[in-house]
Design a protein around this ligand. Structure first.
Ligand SMILES: [Zn+2]
Length: 263
């Protein structure tokens, strides 16, 4: 899928989690709903950091371009090292390491650890990065024609305001993890969720997604999972833009209403 569909599905997934969580007796305060949706929308773009032309690889100028090259090399090396006889020989690392459940969990754990140690300042950095990604993802082509600096400013101001809102609600900092000393630990949850939602989105496209790696399936360790062929579509196709994206909007709306109503 392309940027906008990934971001919107990420936000919708978090809002649905908000509704389910409220139903289970762990309602999210509004800053947790908003901050989580923004982080999840941004995290739903992050796995494409293995692709030069992806939105995310252009989002932070030379920094993200350099990171993209490293991630691509790391992914390719991991693919070559761990492939089984049934996995085809390939040229680059796109849609491998960063498109797996294990990568999602590692990224989430890293973010939670950072937030636990660094507190509000770490959250501010995580929020800034994901806010920029969310803006790039949601506005996509529009953001590309405008200036990067404008998007960074928008990301920085929204990160500042939201981190403040989150910091000032005790329950917002301590959602799900309520023991003393666990503030902001939940920040990793929307990051894991966003990455997984990205993989599911890619699995629906023609090429599939090796989300289960390193668990082997038959003679392959990088089996590109997905639904039966007739249910798949091409990235950026009409189905994605005209059907799936509006469906994600509706799911997000229902989820947000549920999260606020039950809460
Ligand atoms: Zn992808």
């Amino acid at each position: 899928m392309m940027g906008p569909a990934h971001s919107i599905s990420g936000a919708a997934a978090w809002l649905s989690v908000g509704a389910v969580s409220a139903g289970l007796g762990h309602p999210m305060p509004w800053p947790t709903i908003v901050v989580g949706a923004l982080i999840c929308a941004g995290a739903a773009l992050a796995p494409d950091l293995d692709h030069k032309a992806a939105t995310i690889s252009r989002a932070f100028g030379p920094i993200s371009r350099g990171l993209c090259e490293i991630i691509d090399k790391l992914s390719f090396a991991t693919y070559k090292k761990t492939r089984k006889p049934g996995d085809p020989v390939r040229q680059g690392g796109h849609r491998t390491l960063t498109h797996t459940w294990l990568w999602a969990v590692l990224m989430g754990a890293a973010a939670s650890g950072l937030a636990l140690v660094g507190g509000r300042w770490a959250v501010l950095v995580i929020l800034f990065v994901h806010a920029v990604l969310a803006v790039e993802g949601l506005l996509w082509r529009q953001a590309r024609v405008s200036s990067d600096i404008l998007v960074w400013l928008l990301g920085a101001t929204s990160a500042w305001v939201l981190a403040d809102a989150l910091d000032s609600t005790e329950s917002g900092k301590a959602w799900l993890f309520t023991e003393p000393g666990q503030h902001y630990l939940w920040i990793g949850v929307p990051i894991v969720l966003g990455s997984i939602v990205h993989c599911i989105g890619d699995a629906l496209t023609v090429s599939g997604c090796p989300v289960l790696w390193p668990i082997p399936i038959g003679r392959r360790r990088w089996y590109p999972l997905g639904p039966p062929k007739f249910m798949r579509f091409r990235a950026g196709s009409k189905v994605e833009v005209k059907v799936l994206t509006p469906v994600f909007f509706v799911i997000g709306g229902v989820g947000a209403a549920g999260a606020l109503f039950f809460g």
